[in-house]
Each structure stands twice: as structure tokens, then as C-alpha cells.
Ligand binder design. Structure first.
Ligand SMILES: *Cc1c(COP(=O)(O)O)cnc(C)c1O
Length: 246
């Protein structure tokens, strides 16, 4: 089931690349495995998945030692400063940096551990109250402030688009995030690259790819619906389910 889903997603990625004359090797598929048991991650791994995304520190650090060592772990959820120390040196990329104070903490812990941590700046393109991320106008100033910090390296931008039945509605947000990354790249800030554009989820990843995504984060499309009935978040299922709300 999971391996079939993965193949379907890969095919749709390839088709989106073909439509826009992009090379599929430019697009990394992140299997978003939050709430899923290790067994499900193993199935995805056996079907070739190597990039996994989790949105909670505890879950990521629980699963990591139970999985093969060649996995690239992506922290895609809101990150609290007091938990940074648990994931430093373990992630390939932290997608969700949206404040100077969080970046400072990542910098400090990275220097302490002698590593450089790759991060993305999370941008709230639609201005949704419930989502984290900086407003588009603050992406450049935040990038400039973080750029000078030791032990941390900005690799691009990330956004979580609104939930919608019609992915076309999110196309303008993806297009604007791409443009924002081009604008920031054009500033030639030391220690900053804008090569990575993390945008697109199960409902809209093909549109995101058409607009330039280099990382798509697909959960439901690979692992099926998530079950939150045993968790306290059940009350707020749809929102907390999708993105980790405030
Ligand atoms: C859960 C989550 C995803 C995956 O969502 P699906 O709709 O299941 O593909 C992607 N990005 C972030 C930040 C998430 O929290």
C-alpha cells in the first residue's frame, strides 16, 4: 500500500516536472511520517524513501534510532527553543525557523556541538493567524539577521499553504514564495543560499512543483490519513492535524 502510494506520488512528481520542463532530480520528496508507527516508515524506506519529515521533536528523536542510519530527517514543525538541543546534529534540514531567538538557539547549540545546521526560513504567505512563519516582508530582514550567526546556514524558504480543496488557489502563494527567494538570492548575502524551496503537500504538491518547489512534503498521500483519536489534539483535529497550530 505504502509502496504503491509512493510510486503514484513519484509519478505525479515526474509528470509535473515534465509539464514545466524541470528535471525530477531537482525535487526531493519528503515522506511526512508524523503520527505513523515505525513499521510504516520501514515500509516507505524499503520502497526507497530516504527523506522523512516529522513535526515533533520527541517523535523524531524516538524514531530516529529505530531506523537505518542513511535517512535524512527533516524537522518540519514548529520548534520550541528549549527543545532545539535534542535535534542538533540529527537533522538534515530544519524547515521551520521564523524568529531571531529560535535561530540564535540553533546557532548556539550547533556551535556547542561543532556542527553547522541547515535551515529554511518559514514564511506565512497567506497571513493565516493559525500558522507560524514570518510575513513575506519580514523574510529578508530575518535572513539578514540570521546570516551572520555561526553554526547555522540558511538554504532557502518554506511555506505551508492554506488547506484547500482546489490546489489552484494556492498557486499564487507558491509563485510569490519563489519570487521572494529570487529577490533574496539577488541580495547576495554571505552564508545564504536560496536553493531550497519547501512547498507543497498532499493536496497541492504538483502545483507547487510547477511553481518551482525543490522539496515537497507529502504525508497523507504516502501513509494514508492520520489518526488522532488517541491524542489530546483530537478536539482540534483538522487544524492541528495538518500543520501544528498555535
Ligand atoms: C503534516 C504536514 C505535512 C503533510 O501534510 P499532508 O497533507 O498529509 O501531505 C506537510 N508539511 C507540514 C509542515 C506538516 O505539518
Amino acid at each position: 500500500m505504502i509502496s504503491e502510494n509512493l510510486n503514484t506520488v513519484r509519478q505525479r512528481i515526474a509528470q509535473a516536472c515534465e509539464r514545466t520542463r524541470r528535471d525530477p532530480s531537482e525535487v526531493t520528496l519528503i515522506a511526512v511520517s508524523k503520527t505513523k508507527p515505525v513499521q510504516a516508515l520501514r515500509e516507505a524506506y524499503d520502497a526507497g524513501a530516504r527523506d522523512f519529515g516529522e513535526n515533533k521533536v520527541q517523535e523524531l528523536t524516538d524514531k530516529l534510532p529505530q531506523m537505518p542510519g542513511d535517512i535524512l530527517w527533516h524537522m518540519i514543525g514548529h520548534l520550541q527553543r528549549n527543545k532545539v538541543k535534542y535535534i542538533i546534529g540529527k537533522t538534515a534540514l530544519i524547515h521551520s525557523v521564523d524568529s531571531v531567538r529560535l535561530a540564535e538557539q540553533i546557532s548556539r547549540e550547533s556551535v556547542k556541538s561543532g556542527v553547522v545546521t541547515d535551515i529554511l526560513i518559514e514564511v506565512n504567505m497567506a497571513g493565516e493567524e493559525s500558522k507560524f512563519g514570518v510575513p513575506p516582508a519580514e523574510a529578508l530582514p530575518l535572513t539578514e539577521q540570521i546570516a551572520a550567526m555561526p553554526g547555522i546556514r540558511i538554504r532557502g524558504l518554506m511555506t505551508i499553504a492554506p488547506y484547500t480543496e482546489d490546489p489552484e488557489e494556492n498557486r499564487p502563494y507558491f509563485r510569490k514564495l519563489k519570487q521572494l527567494s529570487v529577490d533574496i538570492e539577488g541580495k547576495n548575502i554571505d552564508n545564504v543560499s536560496m536553493k531550497i524551496l519547501s512547498m507543497g503537500m498532499t493536496g497541492d504538491y504538483t502545483v507547487a512543483i510547477e511553481e518551482g518547489a525543490t522539496c515537497v512534503r507529502v504525508g497523507t498521500g504516502i501513509f494514508g490519513e492520520r489518526d488522532y483519536t488517541n491524542q489530546e489534539t483530537a478536539r482540534n483535529k483538522t487544524e492541528s492535524e495538518r500543520y501544528g497550530i498555535r
